[in-house]
Write a new protein. Structure first.
Length: 107
């Protein structure tokens, strides 16, 4: 079973999205986020390469993958086989211009 590690930038983005969801949509929306994230983390730990590679990041040296949360967001992550760890690098709002993700500094 792989270890799942949240990078600092992804953690900060998660906090910001949850704060916004709580303010704008209420506790139920936040609970739905947590439910989706727990489901995704469990799948990442059990099957670290099961999510689809992110085509916008195919030019990078690592195989980045995207796991969809709440229809509009993706957890951008990659699997390091050597240390059996999944690193969650970024939460991408899929409503953004795709070129921004392509240029994003990850890790």
């Amino acid at each position: 079973m792989a270890k799942v590690v949240w990078r600092e930038k992804a953690s900060l983005l998660l906090e910001a999205h949850l704060d916004y969801a709580l303010t704008e949509f209420g506790q139920k929306a936040v609970s739905n986020w947590y439910r989706d994230i727990q489901r995704i983390e469990t799948r990442m730990a059990m099957h670290p390469e099961s999510f689809t590679p992110e085509p916008l990041l195919a030019h990078r040296g690592k195989v980045y993958r995207g796991a969809i949360i709440m229809k509009n967001f993706k957890l951008i992550h990659y699997y390091d086989k050597d240390c059996d760890t999944v690193y969650i690098d970024y939460i991408w709002d899929m409503r953004m211009i795709p070129a921004k993700l392509r240029k994003m500094k990850l890790e």
